[in-house]
Design a protein around this ligand. Structure first.
Ligand SMILES: Cc1ncc(COP(=O)(O)O)c(C=O)c1O
Length: 440
């Protein structure tokens, strides 16, 4: 195929005219683009949300896997059911009971991480142009799915108590007044990624009431629910609304993400469609991973392990919050998460986390700019800081480097005003100093 596309422009991708329209929305997330730089050892990465599984007893996991091969090898290496292993689905119901859910194994569909569950749910519900209501900010991986299915994401404000019910009701009203179809409300009620907040219990009832009254499904994404430091586990939305909520869970943060085992618990009819979508996508979720997780859950004190994870993450949360309190300049604001992996930090006025990022990476610290978490490109003044992976000492060092970058940026801003980043950097690197207001 010619490397010259229609209209004569040279294009690097010679297939560009052949892709389906939905691929237009498929772009590398800001986190992906960062990974290659942020994973260099000299960089303190406060960017990635990788669970820290160094505390996992690998001998126990290894023993469970070799037992599996020895005693159940043929089943573990064979195709399985599209819905997932029945024994694992029973165990999943036990896990969900910790959050008040009385689910039936027949209504569980095992997925390749909860990421695939977001994809399958969107696949079966959304046509191009359908509206998904999502918190602002929202999980970047879910936004990627919604974009891939050409959904129209309408954001709803959150505060320290999570999704704001009045804003949700108003968003539903406004979308409907516009004549658009709302397919579901996507929410992460516990230890939110990236906002770090949880939905207050009185708001849980309000959100359920609003969704029930408007007859809109809720997609409850809950990978961090068992990782509360000072509270929790919170009662799941699904616990009080079996028909109106599709619940997503995952073993990625409570065990290990490499097995890629997650699940959806859905009303019976929806479950039926999810299984068909799962069969079309993968035939069946991987048998080996499912049976390995099943074996780990039944032979190991997995809840004790989750408690150990919680304690490790709490220590890291403390290290990050203390470092922020000690070092951050005035004007920066952040929340103190009660669980999960993330602090959401808003920079002093006038600073832009996205344009500051290359400078931060040069100073050997990485974060994710807030714009990654909004479908409409807003959020530039904020950033997500993850404390899950680095040690407490590295976290403190990372915050120290970040603060130096922010202070430098504030000084530059004072000196050169709000001129575009590239010009400002050029002038600054030449030692140009001018408080001149024409430069604004
Ligand atoms: C809110 C949220 N949902 C879903 C996922 C996907 O997790 P997994 O596919 O590993 O289960 C993540 C991963 O970070 C997440 O933070």
């Amino acid at each position: 195929m010619s490397r010259r596309a229609r209209g004569g422009a040279t294009r690097l991708d010679s297939y560009v005219d052949r892709y389906a329209a939905r691929t237009l929305g498929m772009t590398a997330s800001e986190i992906r683009a960062l990974f290659s730089v942020a994973s260099r050892p000299e960089v303190v990465s406060l960017a990635g949300g990788m669970p820290n599984i160094t505390g996992l007893p690998l001998d126990v996991v290894g023993g469970a896997i070799s037992d599996l091969v020895e005693h159940d090898g043929p089943a573990a290496m064979q195709y399985g059911s599209g819905q997932g292993d029945p024994g694992l689905r029973e165990q999943i119901c036990d896990v969900m009971r910790l959050e008040g859910i009385e689910g039936h194994p027949d209504d569980v569909v095992v997925t390749v991480g909860s990421q695939q569950a977001v994809d399958l749910v969107t696949r079966i519900f959304c046509d191009p142009g359908d509206v998904v209501i999502a918190e602002a900010p929202s999980y970047v991986g879910a936004l990627g799915v919604f974009r891939a299915f050409q959904c129209d994401v309408v954001h709803v404000e959150m505060d320290g108590d999570g999704l704001v019910p009045a804003a949700l009701a108003e968003a539903i009203r406004a979308v409907r007044a516009d004549g658009k179809q709302i397919k579901f409300i996507y929410t992460i009620p516990n230890y939110h990624n990236p906002a770090g907040v949880s939905l207050a219990s009185v708001r849980r009832e309000e959100v359920l009431d609003i969704a029930r009254e408007a007859d809109v499904l809720i997609l409850e994404d809950n990978p961090y629910g068992l990782l509360g430091f000072d509270d929790g586990p919170h009662r799941a939305l699904r616990a009080d609304e079996p028909d109106g909520v599709i619940y997503l869970g995952s073993f990625s943060k409570t065990f290990a993400p490499g097995f890629r085992v997650g699940w959806a618990l859905a009303p019976h009819a929806v479950r039926e469609k999810l299984v068909l979508a799962q069969e079309a996508a993968t035939l069946c979720p991987p048998s080996f991973s499912q049976l390995a997780v099943r074996s780990y859950l039944s032979t190991h004190d997995w809840q004790g392990q989750v408690k150990a994870f919680r304690e490790m993450y709490r220590e890291r949360r403390d290290a990050m919050v203390e470092a922020l309190e000690d070092m951050m300049p005035r004007g920066a604001r952040w929340n103190i998460p009660n669980g999960g992996f993330y602090v959401w930090l808003t920079l002093p006025d006038g600073l832009d986390a996205k344009t500051m990022l290359p400078r931060a990476v040069t100073s050997r610290v990485a974060y994710v700019p807030g714009t990654a978490f909004f479908a409409d490109g807003s959020g530039a003044q904020s950033m997500r800081l993850s404390y899950c992976y680095p040690t407490p000492d590295r976290i403190r060092e990372g915050v120290r480097r970040l603060v130096a970058v922010i202070e430098e940026e504030m000084e530059l801003r004072e000196t050169f005003g709000t001129m575009p980043g590239a010009r400002r950097e050029r002038l600054a690197s030449r030692g140009y100093e001018s408080p001149n207001t024409d430069l604004r």
